[in-house]
Design a protein around this ligand. Structure first.
Ligand SMILES: [Zn+2]
Length: 249
């Protein structure tokens, strides 16, 4: 029998992990009054070792709480905030640190919006594992290079680690993404989509993640081997290249 290996480190896998974590996808009991469809169709799974298990140390619940209630998300995100995220906060109030709660009216329903003090390191780790796992899923091999995570999520006014730079990069990458010819993927697009860019002139590939139709996160992968570079007929994308050269300088 073939032993599966971990998507991140290559050690023998001990479990199969959902990517992104399953808790981001609403459960049927929470949405059945509003939607007549499932938001858990064909979830992606990758083999993982004990260390790189995404369900570890509440990181997945932290990620969920940070993503679902963002302003600009769709109704699915807000319903998720009002149901599953609320339950998880009741169970463990320390998971997230709420600064302010707002109520947003959508289709005559009052929905909660959360302002959260962002633990940037935790979130970056989660997005990096999602990027590595999706890379493994797509390419059936381990990504060996580094990851740079770019998102407006890290620009909460109360977050001292946030920077305007992150916000600008994110806007440029959003513009860049419009020119990507690659396929936009995700079986539950109201919850999650992803798209890998072509490999560019710096041997970089950018992964665009979108949560609940509104929250965007980009992960720049800069570790393509020469082999992959030659095989993938690089398309020069000047915007990504200028962002990456800023990041490494
Ligand atoms: Zn591992």
């Amino acid at each position: 029998m073939n032993q599966e290996i971990c998507y991140w480190c290559g050690k023998i896998a001990t479990s199969m992990e959902h990517v992104p974590p399953k808790c981001l996808f609403p459960e049927e009991k929470d949405i059945k009054d509003l939607f007549e469809k499932s938001f858990r169709d064909n979830l992606i799974r990758v083999p993982s070792c004990e260390v790189h298990n995404m369900q570890k140390s509440n990181l997945d619940e932290y990620l969920m709480a940070n993503l679902s209630g963002k302003v600009g998300n769709n109704l699915v995100g807000y319903i998720h905030t009002a149901t599953k995220v609320s339950r998880s906060r009741l169970r463990n109030s320390k998971i997230i640190n709420i600064n302010k709660e707002d109520i947003l009216k959508v289709k005559n329903k009052e929905l909660p919006v959360l302002w959260i003090t962002v633990d940037t390191k935790k979130l970056i780790y989660s997005f990096e594992s999602i990027a590595r796992a999706l890379y493994y899923h797509e390419n059936k091999k381990i990504y060996q290079g580094k990851c740079f995570v770019v998102s407006k999520l890290f620009n909460h006014p109360a977050d001292s680690n946030g920077s305007e730079y992150n916000s600008k990069c994110s806007e440029l990458l959003s513009l860049d993404q419009k020119h990507w010819k690659s396929e936009l993927k995700g079986n539950n697009p109201d919850v999650f989509t992803y798209q890998f860019s072509e490999i560019d002139g710096f041997k970089c590939q950018t992964l665009a993640l979108n949560f609940y139709g509104g929250t965007k996160v980009f992960v720049i992968l800069n570790g393509m081997t020469d082999d992959e570079f030659n095989k993938n007929k690089p398309l020069f994308t000047p915007i990504t290249d200028s962002i990456f050269s800023n990041l490494i300088n």
